[in-house]
Design a protein around this ligand. Structure first.
Ligand SMILES: Nc1ncnc2c1ncn2[C@@H]1O[C@H](COP(=O)(O)OP(=O)(O)O)[C@@H](O)[C@H]1O
Ligand SMILES: [Mg+2]
Length: 254
């Protein structure tokens, strides 16, 4: 059966004409993207292409020099710094290459932190954190500190932390970059399980071709511009594969 996601047309992320320079270095040169609710999109491209900068701008952790970022119907350029941090806390979840868990707190406590910041009661935060740990298959690890967890476990705790406030969008920067192949595969499967269960939208920067191939759509970034886009190859409807390449030289699209 073909997935029914094509029926969902609500735009979750719209970015228009994003420009960003660091000093004289122009890193993003006019990026436009539309990402629908429930889509899992990967961003690939050579090192230095601007992937992390773009993800940080989508995540409102950095401001563009020009252009607009609308997430979940909210024009983020109109929010004050204070409102932006509330916005991130409530609408976005972040997963980085290195888990960035706080070493002195247990797995359960790390997951609860964004809920505390959102003003959720301790009882409620704990309940939800326990549910997430169970979903991740990590109930036995609730009271372990990060240095007592394996790399794959730490990354799953980081995903649970990203999910605690039930954000509409998860942004991940090289999330499996520090994992071995088994843990990598498990983490990738987890993203799709979460999308299927909770309907989250994922934007994942990755070097991992295996992961990019699994995502609904892959955006190819090079030298600060989108040079191509490829949709997932559906086994039953190969005809529908849409591949758009505007600068073919270094791309290997499927
Ligand atoms: N805060 C910054 N100050 C100066 N240069 C930066 C900063 N962040 C990124 N860059 C530069 O911008 C370019 C794109 O970086 P980045 O977005 O991290 O690329 P990618 O994630 O695709 O490897 C690189 O040349 C990088 O050195
Ligand atoms: Mg990067």
């Amino acid at each position: 059966m073909a997935p029914t996601l094509t029926l969902i047309s609500k735009s979750m992320i719209t970015i228009e004409n994003i420009h960003k320079s660091f000093g004289a270095l122009e890193v993003l040169k006019g990026i436009d993207l539309h990402i629908d609710k429930g889509e899992v999109v990967s961003i690939v491209g050579p090192s230095g292409a601007g992937k992390t900068t773009l993800l940080q701008i989508i995540g409102t952790l950095d401001k563009p020099d020009a252009g607009r970022v609308v997430v979940d119907g909210i024009d983020t350029s109109k929010l004050s710094t204070r409102k932006l941090s509330d916005f991130r806390n409530q609408h976005l979840g972040f997963v980085f290459q290195f888990h960035q868990l706080l070493p002195e707190f247990t797995a359960l406590e790390n997951i609860m932190i964004p809920a505390y910041i959102a003003g959720v009661s301790q009882k409620e935060a704990k309940k939800r954190a326990k549910e997430l740990l169970a979903f991740m298959g990590l109930s036995e690890r609730a009271s372990h500190k990060p240095n007592e967890l394996s790399g794959g476990e730490k990354q799953r705790v980081a995903v649970a932390r990203a999910l605690i406030n039930n954000p509409a969008v998860i942004l991940a920067d090289e999330p499996s970059g520090s994992l071995d192949s088994k843990n990598k595969q498990e983490l990738h499967q987890l993203f799709f399980d979460l999308r299927d269960k909770f309907g989250q939208t994922f934007v994942i920067v990755t070097h991992d071709e295996g992961l990019a191939e699994l995502t609904d759509r892959t955006i190819h970034l090079k030298d600060g511009v989108v040079v191509g886009e490829s949709a997932k190859k559906e086994e039953e409807s190969v005809d529908e594969v849409e591949t758009i390449v505007t600068d073919g030289d270094n791309l290997s699209l499927v």
